[in-house]
Write a protein that binds this ligand. Structure first.
Ligand SMILES: Nc1ncnc2c1ncn2[C@@H]1O[C@H](COP(=O)(O)OP(=O)(O)OP(=O)(O)O)[C@@H](O)[C@H]1O
Length: 309
């Protein structure tokens, strides 16, 4: 990775609460304009990592830099570069969406605040609800307002702690699109999520945090390559075909699902192995009623890695 493009660098980060070590030597880098997802089970230390990176708490050991500024020694400069949106939208329910935005804009001494607020309301599809109290907004609308408020500071890095927890599928997809837009406009996104599908959909780079350490890191496809290539499910029309197929495919690792008349065959993922298998069945005049290739999912990788550590 090009050092000049590094926006977040974390080296040997450690943090304990009393005698519980939450982070024990955490290291990673995040490139400018990329989407980085930190995954981990509940209590793995994701929020603690975000709190250190956003200067809310100090690490016990190690260092972290944002845009070249140390999060402890240069906390003020770091705060000027980042925005943080937490799991619960930090918006005032009594005020309207427009008033919330104006208030933050004024606190930040933004020029032409009304114009900027109008632009954000439009961008986040909140124009129609702009003059209603936020207490009447849906979860997705509150989350969008929260993010639009964080954009008033023109951040270089946006931290999103579980941005779609509790949202319905439609609002989740809308949020994914917003996150993708950040990245294409050059803003670096650091997100935590408990949804593996979300990390797979969005992230350029994923790090898996387990028991205070990064136990795996890579692009979604690099992580998936850590597991065997998956398997092929072959469904047959009758028990006789199943029996013959099991005998014919005895050199492969197979398992039988009698309820669905299906044999599951572990494969190396190559087309050659799949065609060899199908040719064998065809030559033996065994008809395959249905074929499905099952590739490992990020969830399989996550469970495997977390179990192994
Ligand atoms: N202020 C605190 N004092 C004591 N222990 C804490 C404190 N904050 C967090 N912890 C503990 O540190 C561990 C890591 O917490 P953290 O919130 O960083 O995890 P997380 O990965 O964000 O989890 P979740 O997905 O549940 O939000 C947990 O065991 C938690 O109970």
């Amino acid at each position: 990775m090009n050092q000049n493009n590094t926006v977040i660098s974390v080296n040997g980060l450690e943090k304990s609460y009393k005698n519980i070590k939450v982070l024990k030597d955490v290291n990673f880098r995040v490139e400018k304009g990329s989407i980085f997802a930190l995954l981990g089970s509940n209590g793995a230390g994701k929020t603690t990592a975000i709190k250190i990176l956003t200067t809310l708490i100090n690490p016990d050991r190690g260092s972290a830099k944002i845009c070249g500024f140390d999060v402890v020694d240069k906390a003020y400069e770091v705060r000027g570069k980042i925005s943080l949106t937490g799991q619960y939208a930090a918006v005032d329910g009594i005020l309207t969406g427009r008033e919330n935005l104006r208030m933050i804009g004024k606190l930040r001494h933004i020029k032409d605040v009304n114009k900027k607020v109008d632009e954000l309301l439009e961008k986040f599809k909140l124009q129609n609800a702009a003059d209603r109290p936020v207490s009447t907004y849906s979860g997705g609308m509150r989350r969008r307002l929260d993010i639009s408020m964080s954009l008033l500071g023109n951040p270089s890095v946006i931290f999103l702690d579980e941005p779609t927890t509790g949202l319905d599928p439609q609002s989740r997809i809308a949020m994914w699109n917003i996150i993708r837009e950040f990245s294409s406009s050059g803003i670096t996104v650091f997100l935590t999520t408990q949804y593996l599908e979300e990390a797979e959909q969005l992230a350029d780079q994923i790090a898996i945090l387990n028991k205070g350490k990064i136990v795996a890191e890579g692009t979604p496809s690099e992580l998936k390559r850590l597991l065997p290539k998956g398997h092929i499910d072959l469904r047959f029309n009758n028990d006789k075909d199943i029996e013959s197929a099991l005998e014919l495919l005895n050199e492969y690792k197979t398992s039988l699902d009698t309820n669905n008349q299906t044999i599951s065959v572990s494969t190396d993922g190559s087309i050659k192995q799949m065609t060899d298998m199908l040719k064998k069945l065809e030559n033996a005049e065994i008809e395959v009623a249905e074929l499905a290739q099952k590739l490992p999912t990020l969830e399989d990788v996550f469970l495997k890695i977390v179990e192994a550590n």
